[in-house]
Design a protein around this ligand. Structure first.
Ligand code: NAI
Length: 279
């Protein structure tokens, strides 16, 4: 896609680029292409993977580590970012998620509750912490934009999504409620993008990911949205063309969320249908 310099003069922080498959990685590439300046941030443990420094070179940006569950690290990050970028921010991407229960394949009915608290803290409450620190430190310019990534399992049951479903429901609720407060005080808009299954480290960690992926692809009239398309959508939300959009959960899923069943899935189901079945 051509650069229209939609983000020329805008400054931001992009959380969550782990490697080139990460959604945040694609957002960083597009934001750079569209003229933005930004800092890349990720957890200290993720920086050990080193890929993010390659992205920093490609996008002429700096990397600052922060564990999003630690308020003091977020305070330091925001202060250092405003110093490096010489001013307040116009956009923040929250592209962060992790569930120890999912990682350790613990069955949903037997969740480890310490792990569940970690899931909620990293994947949802971290957005509240970011927004709270940003508001207190007056980090975001008027009409700035914050985007968080979510998944439809917040609204419907996807049997193996485990406690990440609760985390996404909390995340979307924070988007709505903080969207009110930050909108009233500073005209800052806050939205979540509900993205198609995408082949990333976080995505493929969910058990049965390939079935999620191909089922959604065959259900959706446009097929699954990939990370690059998601990045395009993020750019529009950071731009001045969406100034009155806030407190929304926006589906970016090729039409999946409006479907019941598709002809493709009917055909596939019929192929494995048992003709002797009587119930
Ligand atoms: P990813 O694994 O590339 O990104 C997740 C990021 O979260 C990683 O960079 C990781 O280091 C970071 N992270 C984990 N704990 C952290 C902490 N304590 N502090 C700071 N950062 C931390 O995977 P992906 O898919 O790009 O995930 C980004 C977002 O997109 C997540 O919120 C995910 O739930 C969401 N999403 C992903 C979908 C998929 O199928 N991949 C579908 C819909 C939403």
């Amino acid at each position: 896609m051509n650069s229209h310099q939609l983000l020329k003069g805008k400054k931001g922080i992009i959380f969550g680029a782990l490697d080139e498959n990460s959604i945040a990685w694609q957002v960083a590439l597009k934001a750079h292409e569209q003229g933005a300046q930004f800092v890349l941030s990720n957890a200290p443990v993720a920086l050990r993977k080193k890929d993010i420094f390659q992205l920093a070179e490609l996008t002429n940006s700096q990397v600052i580590s922060a564990d999003v569950t630690q308020v003091s690290e977020l305070e330091d990050l925001f202060a250092e970012t405003m110093r490096l970028l010489d001013g307040k921010l116009d956009f923040i991407l929250h592209s962060v998620g992790m569930s120890p229960n999912v990682r350790k394949s613990i069955p949903y009915e037997d969740l480890n509750y310490d792990y569940m608290m970690k899931t909620l803290d990293v994947s949802a409450i971290s957005l509240h912490k970011m927004l709270s620190v940003a508001k207190r430190m007056d980090v975001i310019n008027d009409w700035g934009s914050v985007v968080a990534l979510t998944y439809i399992a917040s609204q419907r049951t996807f049997s193996s999504y485990s406690d990440m479903a609760q985390a996404k429901a909390v995340l979307e609720s924070i988007v709505r409620q903080f969207g009110y407060h930050y909108g009233r005080s500073n005209n800052v808009r806050i939205n979540s993008i509900s993205q198609s299954p995408t082949k990333t480290t976080a995505g493929t960690g969910v058990s049965g990911f390939n079935s999620f992926y191909y089922y959604a692809h065959d259900m959706s009239p446009l097929g699954n949205a990939d990370a690059m398309a998601c990045a395009d959508y993020c750019i529009t939300l950071f731009s001045d063309y969406t100034r009155m959009v806030t407190m929304q959960n926006l589906y970016h899923d090729g039409g999946f969320s409006s479907m019941g069943i598709s002809n493709k899935l009917i055909e596939q189901y019929e192929q494995c249908f048992d003709p002797t079945r009587e119930d």
